[in-house]
Design a protein around this ligand. Sequence first.
Ligand code: HEM
Length: 526
Amino acid sequence: MFLIAQQHGFDDFFYLDTWPFSDPLLVVVDPSYAQHLTNLPKSPLITHMLDGLVGKNSLVAMNGPLWKTWRKMLNPGFSLTNLMTLVPEIVDRSIDFCDVLQEHARAGDLFRMEEIATRLTIDIIGKIVLDVNLDSQHGDNELLSAFRSQVRLCGDDQSRGLFDRYNPLTLRKIRENTDTMNEFIGKIVDDRLASRSAAAVSEKPSPDEEVKLKYIIDIILDAGLGEQQNKENGAATPPVDDKRPSKQQQKLPQGFRDTALTQIKTFMFAGHDTTSSTICYAYHLLHNNPRCLAALRAEHDQVLGDVEGTADAIRSNPQLLSRLEYTTAVVKETLRLYNPAGTLRVGTKDAFVHSRSSGHSFPTAGFNVYFNNFASHRRPALWGATSHAFVPERFLSSLPSPTDTTTTTSQPPQQPQPPPNKNAWRPFEKGPRRCIGQDLAVLETKIILALTVRRFNVATTFRGTDRLEGAGTQWARERPWDKRPVLGDEAYQVRIGIAKPRQGMPARVSMVERNESGGGRESVRG
Ligand code: HEM
């Protein structure tokens, strides 16, 4: 769609009808139009796509008062204030990731970065949502296997034909995966409830319980128990405030429990591959832009101190992360160029797009509305001559001068054009439906970069990828006739549910060793 927009010069919006393959689309390229249409309801197509994956009533697909109630209930769990208390947990999972990288450095092998980054992000989201260590980085578990099989069966258009999609065996496997996920997560929820019942002996929360309230599972349980209490007291609407239940009330209403499991699965799905894709592209773009990698390392040296002490420094003072301005800019620029997720709205009779160029109004009714952020994020009119280049500096509060070279490389810094306005950067979308996990995604990517870029040289490469075939890992395959680079990049995005790095971003890694003299860095085997 980016190429259609580019080739035809559609830089505000256009209609696209691909009948009989999909419903007609209104494709929005200009962010100011997107901003205007963001309040439209979510498209029923999203419900259709998510039903198989996570079940009915996912937060991503809901509309109206039900969505509002759940969103209001869950917002505090994903607030930056709450997430900062979880930083040590994210650091612990990221240290496991460093161990995995170190093993690859020792072996000197070619591997798919997306595979190990996905296992890391599953472990992180598992901890934050369920307060469990899934330990996916050290091996498979039931949830992980069901989970990944479900993504492939419900979201991988590239390797499945129409027959495969409606094959009774496929449908049976989807049902089995759903049962496995529901049992696995349901047991964690029930056990948590039981342990809370056992602890509910005094009206005052124990210090331990106070700590537990930061996990999403506890926020959901509090709301569910509150709803149960309200039912018993005859109240009509579910409360979203924290209510401390008495011992006898420790049971979730069945309807609430079902929706809660759907939301938990939604977070597990939405919260892992989007972020793992971002991590892969950050490494890829840094590898291709040594000047930016050097600037990133320099910031980490300055703010976080010794490489060896980084984990402890972050654990004991998570606020250090807010001083990593260049790191934040790297994450934002990565998401500008390779944003992994999109969204769909559905048009309504009373919503029109008013074209600034023609002065005419165009209908939205009868169309799904797609915000093509990949195209808008790369428009020279918005991002300048460097719109296709990786230039994190555009997101710094003050742009460096052309002569400001913070690095030792000969690559000159490109003079960036700053974001044209606050609505132009929208990988998480904007407005009330914006991604609830936005702060978590940025925070965890920053932590992972902080713990890895000074220890490892990551070189993404497509040389020798054939040897990875049959390695038993799951990855985004390109169509056999689509092996050429897209926009000059071999690591283009392929959709499996969301847009993922082609071939799972093959990479090699080596250890970085700091020169005794002068703080330069050289590469060695682990
Ligand atoms: C780089 C990482 C991520 C990207 C690029 C991303 C992107 C998006 C986008 C584009 C939407 C649709 C917004 C709209 O329709 O207006 C969305 C919604 C959502 N995302 Fe994310 N996301 C990311 C990470 C996460 C994480 C870590 C979670 C963890 C919980 C998450 C959970 C959700 C949920 C639940 C929604 C639906 C929110 C609602 O409709 O109220 N996402 N995300």
